[in-house]
Every structure is written in C-alpha cells, then in structure tokens.
Design a binder for this molecule. Structure first.
Ligand code: R2B
Ligand code: URA
Length: 309
C-alpha cells in the first residue's frame, strides 16, 4: 500500500536547526551513532561540530579525504597540505574529515548505504545544534546525451520510472517521499559554474537506481535479459523525460535531507555518455580529473558564500 507523505511535513525548519522527526529520540539517555563511531555521551558533539555550515557527501572515502584537503587549501586554513584526520577512524564503514566549516563524509554505494550514513549524520547535526547547514552530494554518474566530463546539477531526482519520488519500506508499508531539492541552491551553483569555463555544467533531472548493471539498463552485467534496442529505447525515454544523468543515491538523499529541513543539492560528473556505451573506458588520470570537477565547483560555491571571492 502507498502512504503519501503529508505535504506540510516538507516545509523547512524556520529556526535553521536540523529537524529530526522521531519522538523516541527525546526519550533516549544516550544516542550512539554506531556507524560513525560517535555518540552523545562519548563526544561533545556541539563543540566538535556546532560551527559546521557545509556538509559534502560522496561515495568514496579517498575522494572525500582529498576533498577535505582541497578545501583546506581553498579556504587558506592552517595545516593545509598536511594530512587530515578521519573523525570516524574507529569505524571502517564511513570516513569523515573537517576543513573549517566544511564536513566531508563518504557514504558508500547505493541507497541503503547512504541512508544509514544520513540518519546518523542528520542526528549528529541535530545533537550538535548546527544551524543553516547546506548539504551537497558530490559524485559520479553515467551521463545521458551529454559529453563525458560534464557536470550535472540535479533539479529533480527521479526513480527508474522517471517519477520524483522515493519509496521507503517502513514496517510492512511502502512510504512515498518527495525528492524535491532546493531550486535556489541549484541556480546558485549554476551561477558559480559560469566562472569555471573549462568543463560544461548543466541543470537536469538525475535518475536514481537500485543497481549499476540491470538497474541502469547495462548490457554488460552478469545477467541481462533485454536487447540493445530495448535498452536504448529506455534510455531515450529517460532523456525525453528530462534525465541527464544516472546514479544510485539521489532520491534517498533528497528525501531524507528535505524532510529534515536541510537545503540540499546533488552535483555529479558524468563518466561516460550512456547513449554511447556501458563500460567506463577513460583512463585513471582522466577519471581522477573528472572527479575533481564537482569538487572545484563546490569549492567555488563555498568560497563565494564565505565572502572569500
Ligand atoms: C555513482 O557511482 C557509483 C557506482 O559506480 C554509485 O555510488 C553512484 O551513485
Ligand atoms: N555511476 C553510476 O551509477 N552509473 C554510471 O554509469 C557511472 C557512475
């Protein structure tokens, strides 16, 4: 059965605080953020995180460490150039780094992985009493009808049927949640991209799937039951519906952040054009440079927001 989320529950929190929508939390003496190896009794979360204004999340721990190091340089912080410490070193599930007001965290691959991380991250921001936090997913994706290396700013995260919704199974119900992202933030990011002319940046819908192979219409998985024609027909219909890239976390990210009053954006580089093929053939050097593109855009955005440019 489908239980639509009431629209009123989507309104952002006026205080700028991070909303948790769980009455049980108030009754708990201690909250252990197990996968982050942090907790309300073991750590002074307001002291550690209370001044965080930007949270950037991305799939790979190494990329998110590189991003924190890059942000330290971009913000001219002390210790730039030195190694950054993993705040979640006690857990080997996720990695978390700090660069001034910026928190950089890995989320792994796929909806279950990002979802666990976001539940604990959102509670962390809530316990730390953070205000006016902007959260951005920086990631990789398969492009649709766009040049490899293009950066897509998501205006709408859609499911495999091109609908702006995320279905979460809660007990034995399927709860449908909106995947609306912050339109002003997407426009602000697009404006920032105009100052970085060496790669194309565009706004488009992002399709979020539960799998990289069959779920994204690939012909090169261990299983495939459809023809090349069927695949191309599906991808072309996605393109006509406004989809410009495909990845595996955006609907859950948009839904969870939206419900908790966080202004959220998704910025992903396309590693290939899926209308041209399925395998990612670019060299490691080219892929590394592609992955830096969303980071460069977000660094420009944060510098602008902090009045550094
Ligand atoms: C993009 O890249 C990963 C799969 O290669 C997945 O996490 C995603 O969304
Ligand atoms: N990530 C995806 O989810 N799909 C791609 O095609 C490339 C990266």
């Amino acid at each position: 059965c489908l239980v639509p989320q009431p629209i009123s529950s989507l309104s952002p929190c006026r205080t700028g605080l991070v909303l948790v929508r769980n009455p049980h939390l108030d009754l708990m003496e201690e909250d252990i953020l197990y996968h982050l190896d942090l907790g309300t009794k073991t750590h002074n979360l307001p002291a550690m995180f209370g001044d965080i204004k930007f949270v950037c999340v991305g799939g790979s721990p190494n990329r998110m460490r590189a991003f924190a190091q890059f942000m330290r340089r971009e913000l001219g912080l002390a210790g730039a150039g030195e190694d950054v410490a993993d705040i979640c070193a006690g857990s080997d599930r996720y990695a978390m780094y700090r660069a001034g007001p910026v928190l950089s965290i890995s989320h792994g691959m796929g909806i279950p992985s990002i979802s666990i991380m976001l539940h604990e991250l959102i509670k962390l921001l809530h316990h730390a009493k953070c205000r006016d936090v902007t959260i951005i997913r920086i990631g990789t994706s398969g492009g649709l009808g766009i040049e490899a290396g293009s950066v897509v700013i998501t205006d709408m995260a859609v499911d495999s049927s091109f609908r702006p919704r995320f279905e979460q199974v809660v007990l034995d119900d399927v709860v449908v949640r909106s995947t609306e992202l912050d339109k002003d933030l997407a426009e602000e990011l697009l404006t920032c991209s105009r100052d970085i002319p060496d790669f194309p940046t565009l706004i488009g819908h992002t399709m979020c799937t539960y799998d990289f192979y069959e779920g994204q219409g690939r012909l090169d998985g261990a299983l495939c039951s459809f023809s090349s024609e069927k695949k191309l027909d599906y991808l072309r219909r996605a393109y006509e519906a406004g989809v410009r890239n495909i990845e595996m976390e955006s609907t859950a990210f948009a839904a969870l952040c939206g419900l908790c009053g966080l202004k959220a954006a998704v910025v992903c580089v396309a590693l290939l054009d899926r209308l041209q093929g399925d395998q990612i053939r670019a060299s490691h050097e080219v892929l590394w440079e592609y992955q830096q593109r969303p980071q460069r855009l977000i660094a420009a955005f944060i510098r602008k927001r902090l009045g550094l440019v």
